[in-house]
Design a protein around this ligand. Structure first.
Ligand code: SAM
Length: 196
């Protein structure tokens, strides 16, 4: 029996035009001209299932959230943080069962206590547009909330992990290339970061 939820039973997708409009208004924060495609979304949700506890960073119009929800992650097990008010509204409408929080990924440590013992942090954040200090804050926060053995999964449009070796070393982490989604617009590479 498949553990995947029938995607046709999920709420209607947000229009990609909404995403493009937000990119035009704030290219640095949005960080991509188009929302992630379905293939990348499935790859970012690999290994997740009912009972997995997940925090998504930078939910946007919900394309990765859809893949996570389709894997069976729901209710209190799924928290999505986002800072753009239009995206937050759209995420709340599409995923009424999830915890959608207006919160910065730089302040993961100040999320409600219930967001803990995570299996995976799934990130679509535009890390290449962020400083090393921002990277430190994200790694510190994510690995405080992840349980032992949990991992942080990030996609990026360049074929190397956007978190530098120095920051990984500082937190005792290692990065591994997992897969790519060549037909995504733009093509994307997926990295997994975990405790070394
Ligand atoms: C490249 S888009 C990815 C959107 C969606 N996850 C996808 O894959 O289509 C990056 C998202 O991160 C959000 N974002 C940027 N900086 C953030 C921050 N500090 N905290 C939370 N979200 C942030 C943006 O608003 C945007 O929705």
């Amino acid at each position: 029996m498949s553990l995947m939820t029938d995607i046709s039973q999920q709420p209607k997708k947000s229009s990609p035009l909404k995403f493009v409009w937000q990119f035009v208004r704030n290219p640095k924060n949005v960080g991509a001209i188009a929302p992630s495609g379905a293939v990348l979304s499935r790859k970012m949700a690999a290994g997740l299932g009912p009972g997995s506890r997940v925090l998504e960073l930078g939910g946007g119009t919900g394309t990765l959230t859809r893949g996570i929800a389709a894997a069976g992650v729901e209710g209190d097990n799924l928290t999505v943080i986002e800072m753009n008010p239009d995206f937050i509204r759209s995420l709340t409408q599409q995923f009424p069962g999830a915890r959608v929080v207006d919160h910065s990924a730089f302040e993961i440590e100040t999320l409600p206590d219930a967001v803990s013992d995570l299996d995976t942090v799934v990130s679509g954040l535009p890390l290449v547009n962020m400083s090393r200090d921002n990277h430190r804050a994200i790694m510190r926060g994510a690995f405080t909330r992840l349980k032992p053995g949990g991992c942080y999964r990030q996609f990026t449009y360049r074929p190397r992990c956007p978190i530098g070796e120095d920051v990984l070393e500082e937190f005792g982490l290692k990065a591994t290339y997992e897969t790519m989604a060549l037909r995504n617009i733009p093509p994307a590479f997926v990295y997994r970061i975990e405790r070394a």
